[in-house]
Design a protein around this ligand. Sequence first.
Ligand SMILES: N[C@@H](CCC(=O)N[C@@H](CS)C(=O)NCC(=O)O)C(=O)O
Length: 219
Amino acid sequence: MTMKLYGGRLSPYYERVMIVLDIKGRPDAVEEAGVPGELGSQEYRAINPIGKIPALALEDGTIIPESAVICRYFDRIFPTPPLIPDDARAMADVELACRIADLYVAPALVPLFQATREGWEKGERLDAAIADFGAALDHLEHYMRVSPPAGNEGWTLADATLLPIFFYVAMMGARHGFDPFAGRPRISEWYRGIMESDRAQASHAGMQQALQAFLAARG
Ligand SMILES: N[C@@H](CCC(=O)N[C@@H](CS)C(=O)NCC(=O)O)C(=O)O
């Protein structure tokens, strides 16, 4: 039995895992299994009681949830090229970018998704959400010490983590009328650089396609 990956490319956490498999040259290591019964269903909770995607089912049926853990699992079973540099300082830079993305940037996107879904008017509530989002980006900018990869080579876990989150960072900026890159030269330079690679272009195109399909199905 092959491994199964539950989720879909609309999720930046799922896409992170797919990028890691691409970096490893092992895109076929998993069967993409979708979300049985949809998110929130009992059927999916029977697979992963946390209810979130992605989740990885190993060959023996063991479930590993949490994208960061799944990525590290793949880094062990497919060791080349490595996702985490050996050098202690470079390792800390990569880990820090991943942590700040997961703990601050991604959660600060959630109110902006809500604002988009519910069509919030300009005003205090939207301004506060944008300000919180800006503060999270400032944390990342302050500690951003990773350089963009050269084309498809030299990708780290920071690149795989940040890229799909930045699909939504750029989108929410455009949707709510602010430039998330303005005054943030480090993340601007990283994003401009990584988007020159085929892998980043393909990832964003795949997420865009998943988004269009989702919006069309919602009607
Ligand atoms: N910390 C988790 C976050 C995963 C996550 O929040 N996934 C979202 C989709 S982008 C989800 O499954 N949401 C469903 C829910 O919260 O019910 C990870 O890194 O895997």
